[in-house]
Design a binder for this molecule. Sequence first.
Ligand code: FMN
Length: 396
Amino acid sequence: MSTRPSFGLSNFLLLVSWITFITQLCVAVEIDMEGLPDTGLNTSTWVTGQLPPLSDIWDLNDIQIAAKNVLSPRYYASYRTGALDEITYQANLNIWSQLRLNGYSFRNVSNINTRTTILGYNFTMPFFIAPAAEAGHTNKSAELSLASAAGKAGILYVPSISSTKSIEQIAAAGLPNQTMFHQEYIWSNQTRVIDELQRMEKAGFKAIVLTVDNTGVNGIRTRSLRYTGDEDDTGHDASFDLNSLANFRNLTSLPIVPKGIKTWQDAKTCLDLGFPAIYVSNHGGRVLDTAPTSVEVLLDIKKYAPEVFEQMEVYADGGVRRGTDVIKLLALGARAVGLGRSPMFANIWGEEGVTHMIQLLSTELQTSIQLMGANDVSKINSTYINTKLVESMWAQ
Ligand SMILES: Cc1cc2nc3c(=O)[nH]c(=O)nc-3n(C[C@H](O)[C@H](O)[C@H](O)COP(=O)(O)O)c2cc1C
């Protein structure tokens, strides 16, 4: 009588691990890196649709690729998309390589200060989380993890009025005494505007970031429209003009910061109207395609209306992925710099991912400041930057 050899537990476990390995090989797909800088990210062990370990993530571009791996193509497209041919979206990412930072030796950089104030409120870093709609498609915690991570890191968060969570829920997710501003759109329904402004004030937000760059319509975001079809009416007021802007201030006692300034003329207008700050932005390339980058707009303001920098605070965003990008905008006169997509993408891991993103950017910022021979963000000025290449191509 023949006895069958027993298969044994260890052989069984070996078989299971082989099957797992082969399955992973089958589902691990090569991810199109979209021309982002190649820093050696290896995604061969990642499984489509699953969160990669945070230990694989070394910079904000890695975060974007991880989000692309995890999110459905539809939702990845909705965050990632720019308008039309995405010329401005790409320009936002590429402009940094045309600017040079000057690094000075023989300076004491044993203590680095990155703290700053924004509208008089204290923050640990000169960068902040910009308003971005519907964080709920990356994580169930949506904006709550963004508020919490920002609060613990001591940076500013400006939630969007098109958030997944309500004004009150986001306010409650912050730390006690955490300073947040809130973004608002110019709805054609003024009752809605007044109601939202009152709720923001009551919930403890300290300023209103009023987006003025997509009045009436959104940009045509082809990459995203392929999944969604034509988007609904924005509900924004297309008749909003200079008088409306001036009068808007009567609707709230909070300071108002117009966001989406794309020309030096509009910057000067806001100064003349007495706004305390402006926010230079092309909405991450999602509104007017071929609009200039913030770098170019800041250069124009410096040339044609330098008093803007002396008399009001200027914030800027668009394509900021590196500590050196933050520094370049500071050197061009910005006081604080916003991040749109990166915190949204980092939220695939929830608060832990957003915290990791803030830490990566903080480290890059601190290291680069030190290497430039500067010891304080408030001292970063035009002596630290060479803009000749951009200026030779961008002369108005
Ligand atoms: C998915 C997404 C949603 C956005 N939603 C808003 C919004 O609701 N209000 C707004 O003022 N800006 C919005 N923005 C623009 C951002 O505030 C910011 O200006 C831009 O994303 C910065 O560029 P970056 O993504 O390259 O960092 C959004 C941007 C993205 C990517």
